[in-house]
Ligand binder design. Structure first.
Ligand SMILES: C=C(O[C@@H]1C=C(C(=O)O)C=C[C@H]1O)C(=O)O
Length: 202
């Protein structure tokens, strides 16, 4: 399917026609990846349920945030931006895990039948998402500026994504909280200007 004979007028002939929608601002792609990461929390929760690994693993979090700081700089993002964004992803993941554990304790029939291995199966999938999320965060930079417009686009992208992924309330609430740094971060970056080499915070 290299050519589409009767395609409508090529979009590239227009002056960025989708620029002012959530689609064109890069926010949609970001939200989709955030959902993808959030859904992996189900696998993490299954890996930990009834086992000895607690939901929170501070050591793993520290290692991840260190990696995020390095990767951010390489991606052209202030390390602080990437780290703040990932803190929200981690918190959202723990909210989902705790919610699922409570649900599974109360409703044994809903418990997962299989327990994936955290270290060899689930964490590698999370790790593959990390650089992709940071690239997408960087790509969404234009969409993240202008807090009001950013919020409007972000909400539109979030609602579309949660419908598409059929998220339940637990995951919808976690998604909203995972996205809270997106617009605020844009505002901070905007004010501080070129802070590319800035080190990690926290
Ligand atoms: C996802 C996990 O659970 C928690 C959430 C983390 C994350 O979102 O990256 C990291 C460590 C844990 O505190 C995990 O243990 O891998």
């Amino acid at each position: 399917a290299a050519t589409v004979p009767h395609a409508p007028l090529a979009l590239s002939h227009e002056a960025n026609p989708v620029r002012h929608t959530s689609l064109g601002s890069g926010l949609s792609g970001l939200v989709e990846l955030v959902v993808e990461r959030l859904l992996l929390a189900d696998a993490v929760a299954a890996a930990k349920f009834g086992g000895t690994s607690p939901v929170a693993d501070p050591e793993r979090e520290r290692a991840l945030l260190g990696k995020v700081a390095t990767l951010s700089a390489r991606t052209g993002l202030p390390a602080e931006t990437g780290v703040r964004f990932f803190r929200a992803q981690i918190e959202a993941s723990k909210v989902v895990q705790r919610g699922l554990h409570a649900r599974w304790r109360a409703h044994p029939e809903l418990r997962p039948r299989e327990r994936p291995d955290l270290a060899s199966e689930v964490r590698p999938r999370l790790d593959r998402l990390t650089p992709r999320l940071l690239r997408q965060l960087k790509e969404a930079e234009p969409g993240r500026s202008g807090p009001g417009r950013c919020q409007a686009r972000l909400t539109a992208a979030r609602l579309a994504a949660q419908t598409r992924a059929r998220l339940d309330k637990l995951h919808r609430d976690a998604l909203r909280s995972a996205l809270t740094p997106v617009c605020r971060v844009g505002a901070v970056d905007h004010r501080s200007g070129a802070v590319k080499g800035s080190g990690p915070v926290g």
